[in-house]
Each structure stands twice: as structure tokens, then as C-alpha cells.
Design a protein around this ligand. Structure first.
Ligand code: BV8
Ligand code: ZN
Length: 251
């Protein structure tokens, strides 16, 4: 993989790095992306599933879909891209990992801090009293899990279309985008807003924005550099560059 001299220099010396990951980072763990030909949306439509009206209309169907996704996720393992990002987190003074993914794989890879813009599929809470369930909920066919405290409907702790993102998490993500020298957007189609606004904000604030993806996206033309290929190949290579070049430097 050839990278620019500018990116080489930043890998060697950047003190502040922000990374946004999308479903493409989890694809090599065997978790379907949303928009690929075999993507989750290929068989379902977001409006049918990932929104609160669909949930209130047919909670059993939504629980069936999330239970299916959790079983896939529980069989999945973090891949080299997840592990390389943990390596970067340990090496870089000011490193912020922001994810659109709800699969908890960054945490399972050992990431110390993950800004989860769209929540986490392993958490559920009650729509009535907002009590969080203490365990990971897997619903049986046709079953709708209810709250132990009040009997209300439980829902996955994920951000559905039309719902606002967790504001404190989003603010911290924007602050990191605004102060970083180097921003990576990895495996993200750049279609879903508010998240897609982060790399754009970073660029506006003077960061060098690098897109890592298997194909061009909506944001490609707004990035400083594009590295085409699999996240599981490219991110570990970038981490190798980074750790090699930082090892030589006097501490
Ligand atoms: C909000 C959780 C505001 C649930 C998800 C402007 C115009 C039009 C619509 C909107 C707009 N602004 C806001 C909206 C509405 C909507 C939106 O953006 N719609 C899109 C479709 C146009 N946004 C929202 O509703 C958001 N809320 O803005 O609130 C608001 C203000 C006031 C009042 C109310 C609301 C909430 C969005 C969150 C939705 N929840 N997930 C769940 O997971 O079940 S979104 C879900 O889809 C993911 O979290 C992710 O964010 C998104 C999928 O995107 P990607 O991660 O990029 O995945 P995708 O499959 O699309 O692409 C994968 C990429 O990886 C591809 O580029 C592929 O090439 C690449 N790839 C594949 N394999 C690899 C790879 N790359 C590297 N290596 C590989 N091996
Ligand atoms: Zn309750």
C-alpha cells in the first residue's frame, strides 16, 4: 500500500488522532454491513425495522431481528482492524475512537474508550421507566421482553432512524474531530447523518482526513487521501508504520 509523505509524517508524529468506524470495520468479522448486496438492508428496509414506529407496531418482529443480529455478533470475533485500532489508542496521546457500530466489537478487542454514536445492541432499556436490563436480552420467537421493574416494553439501546443521537457522546465526538490533526473514516458509507458530518467537520478544522474503504463513498471527494482495500488489511499496516516510526523517535 502506498501512502503519501504527509500521512507518513502524521503517522510518525500526530499527537491527536480521531477515528470514525462504520459497518465495514465489522464486515471482516462476518457481520453483514447495511448496504452491501448481502447487507442487512438488502432483505429488510430501515423504515421497516430500525425505527421506533416499526417497533411500536410490531415489537416481536424487531426483537426477532435484533436477537438474530446478537447471535451473529456473539459468534463473531474482533478482527485485525479492531486490534490495530487498540494499538493506536495505546500509542497516541490524544486518540478518540468514534463508532456507528452497535456490535461492541471495539470494546471486545480491548479498546479502552469507545464513543458509541448509535448505542450498543447488547444493552436494552424499558420504554416506560427507562430502567436498563441487567443482562443481554435474547427474545424467543414471537416473544416481547418486558421490564422487571414495571412490566413495560424493553427495547434495544440503539439509535433508530429519526431518533437523536446521545448528545454528550456526539459533542465529545465533534470536539475530537475539531482538534485532531489526523482523522480516519474507516468502513463507513458516509450516508448516515449526524455521524457522516464528523469527517467533514474535521476537514473544515484543518485535519488531514483519510478514508479507508473497499470502494469510493459519498464522502470520498471531501477527504484528503483515500486508501482502497479491506480495513483488516489497511489499518494494521498503518499501525505498523506508526509503531515502527515512533519506536525510532527518542521518547
Ligand atoms: C438524526 C443503529 C436528527 C440501529 C443506525 C439528511 C438527509 C436525509 C436523511 C437524514 C438527514 N439527516 C438525518 C437524516 C435521517 C437519518 C439518515 O441519515 N438517513 C440516511 C439513510 C439518509 N439519520 C437519522 O435518523 C439519525 N438521527 O439525524 O436525528 C434528529 C433531529 C431532531 C429530531 C429527530 C432526529 C440517526 C441515524 C442512526 C440510525 N441507526 N444504526 C441498528 O444498527 O440497528 S444507522 C446504521 O446504518 C449504522 O449504525 C450506520 O450508521 C449506518 C450504516 O452505515 P455504515 O456503517 O456506513 O454501513 P454501510 O453498510 O452503509 O456501509 C458500509 C461501508 O463499509 C461501505 O462504504 C462499504 O464499502 C464499506 N466496507 C464494506 N466492507 C469493508 C468496507 N470497508 C472496509 N473494509 C471492508 N472489509
Ligand atoms: Zn420499566
Amino acid at each position: 500500500m502506498t501512502i503519501s509523505a504527509r500521512l507518513e509524517a502524521l503517522l510518525r508524529a500526530a499527537e491527536s488522532i480521531c477515528v470514525l468506524t462504520g459497518a465495514g470495520v465489522s464486515a471482516e468479522s462476518g457481520i453483514a454491513t447495511f448496504r452491501g448486496p448481502e447487507g442487512l438492508w438488502a432483505r429488510f428496509k430501515p423504515e421497516e425495522l430500525a425505527n421506533v414506529d416499526a417497533f411500536m407496531r410490531n415489537p416481536a418482529l424487531i426483537w426477532e431481528w435484533y436477537t438474530y443480529r446478537k447471535t451473529v455478533i456473539h459468534q463473531a470475533q474482533p478482527n485485525p482492524a479492531h486490534h490495530a485500532l487498540v494499538g493506536m489508542e495505546r500509542l497516541v496521546r490524544d486518540f478518540t475512537l468514534v463508532t456507528q457500530n452497535v456490535d461492541n466489537l471495539h470494546a471486545r478487542a480491548g479498546a479502552q474508550k469507545v464513543l458509541e454514536l448509535h448505542g450498543n445492541i447488547e444493552r436494552s432499556y424499558c420504554v416506560e421507566c427507562r430502567t436498563f436490563a441487567s443482562e443481554i436480552i435474547l427474545a424467543k420467537q414471537g416473544e416481547v421482553p418486558t421490564c422487571r421493574a414495571c412490566g413495560g416494553l424493553l427495547r434495544p439501546d440503539v439509535v433508530w432512524f429519526g431518533e437523536i443521537l446521545p448528545q454528550l457522546v456526539l459533542q465529545e465526538a465533534f470536539r475530537a474531530s475539531e482538534r485532531c490533526e489526523l482523522f480516519f473514516t474507516v468502513g463507513a458509507s458516509g450516508l448516515v447523518y449526524t455521524a457522516a458530518g464528523l469527517p467533514l467537520r474535521a476537514r473544515e478544522c484543518g485535519a488531514y482526513v483519510v478514508e479507508i474503504n473497499t470502494e469510493p463513498t459519498e464522502l470520498s471527494h471531501r477527504c484528503s487521501e483515500r486508501l482502497y482495500g479491506k480495513a483488516g488489511d489497511i489499518v494494521p499496516e498503518l499501525f505498523a508504520h506508526m509503531s515502527e516510526s515512533r519506536k525510532e523517535q527518542p521518547s
